[in-house]
Design a protein around this ligand. Sequence first.
Ligand SMILES: [Zn+2]
Length: 614
Amino acid sequence: MSQDPAQVFQFAPYLSAWQVDGDIHVGGLPPHAAVIEDFPEYLPDFIAFLSGERTLAEAQRWLMDRGLGAEDSATVTEELREAGFLVRALPDPDSRYSRHHLYFQSQGIDPADAQHKLSQSTVGLIGTGGIGSNVATLLAAAGVGHMVISDGDTVELSNLTRQTLYSEGAVGQLKVEVAAARLREINSEVKVTPVPLGFDNADLVSNYFADCDFIVLSADTPREIHEWISSKAVALGIPYSTAGYIEGYAVVGPLVVPGETACYECSRNEHAIFGELRGDASSLRQLNPKRQAPSFGPLNFYVASVQVNEAIRYLTGLPTRTMGTRQAIDFATYEATEEHYQRRADCPTCSSAGPVSATPVPAASLDQLPAIAEQYAAERAEASFNSLLLDPLIARLVSAAGDGQRALDIGCGTGENSRMLGALGYGVTAVDIEPAMLRTANERTADAGIEYRLAGIDEIPRSQTNDLVLCLNVLDWVEDLDGAIDAIRGSLRPGGRAIIAVPHPFKDSGGWLKKWDGRRWRYDDFSVTGHYFSEGPIAKSREDAHGETTVERTVTFKRTATTYVNAFLSAGFALLGYHEPAPTVQADAPEILLEKSMRVPYFLLLDLMLPETK
Ligand SMILES: [Zn+2]
């Protein structure tokens, strides 16, 4: 990478660095926290030196003055950069947005680029009450370029517990007029367009919010408001999020990204855990017309804060937790509950013609494979659920090959199981669709009886020659399950055996609640956040053996165990064994892998056989 020699660096200003009891402690929490135990004598002084702003040449000169060679000096400096400890110094440490810039930098994005994106963004706020007015304040302070704010209400005395944009003197005035004036006082760089109208028809969105890059909906009347904004935002291709509260719960999301996530119509009958009304709207009868929402200042600020965080993250390109997900937080205990919504292929709102619905059902994210390949190769070289759970089980199930027996390893990855089969005497053909995986597999393989090929499951020959097919963690990436099973069947000789594993569908129906205990991640609670019985594309992230997220989002296909078993039985296979591998008591693996897989099944493995005569 070419480097501007005048570029100035410094030890990350947002991280603490302490020397204590012979160790160096950097930062406090993941992903930055590190304890450096064995370090060269010069390192504490070097960190202190880097606390000022230095060019790379100055940093290396400092090391060379203490006796390091030029190459070592460059390596040490580069290692500090790779660890995220040595970062570009920001041009003006006391400028208006400087503290936000440090935050952006700590999140791994370029601060100048993030600020530019915000300054070029238009955000629409529907409702400038308890949540909307606080969203507006934070967005203006953050430097969002343009805000369109709509509300038909005037300021009332009972608003003042939570709508701090308004003061006693503003009672009786239009909220949007007061808000616009106050927001310009907070940040004169921000353009504010007030729309003094209540939301009484869907056209408000197309008339006033069509140029928005993001819309926050924090109004809940009339009842049709969610349908109106969803249909218009989807038609206009504008991402939007809902922010509000239900009694003592803060509710944020889902962030609807047209064409990518479920829209309101897709998900309205999935709103299961929040006790929303279902049924025919025309049959509704209001029984408590005196109902008044218990609006609580801290709860309003909290919701606004989470929503602004999500909006800024979305606009600056950071991952967003509420995308396609609604989160409810019990405001007495801060326990969070989530619902994840999936797109419906037959949705009347978002599956219609036009660019928005170009991908009505997201395909498995095969473009994530290169990122996964790197992670997978590293895991396979150290410790992973595969080595802890699948490898020992397969070693038990498969015995030595007879004369001339052949095996096919579909989705061989970096070749661990191909080599196991080779060692058992099989002639092995191993296929994968990821070139980087195959390169690593080749590098790690000495056995000339193993042949690696670049091919997908739909490209394997129907040779009917293999005695054994191994197909691990492939079918969950495949949309056409029956086609894939047909390919496996076609590659096997009569009487041949297939060993199939997929990520366990129970595990894929939920997730762990992670807690940092000061030293490592703890996994105490697993909860089912989706529906075990629902099938289709699911988004999930990937973690390493230390609990650090390594791939933010992959999309694969989830099916129940019943579906997998019955699909193979229908294709003529006999089931020899059904396995949900757990670690053995003497297994040697990182604590986190053991703790998770002792409580939740990570794989479903099917041991199958074709009849002798087809
Ligand atoms: Zn939809």
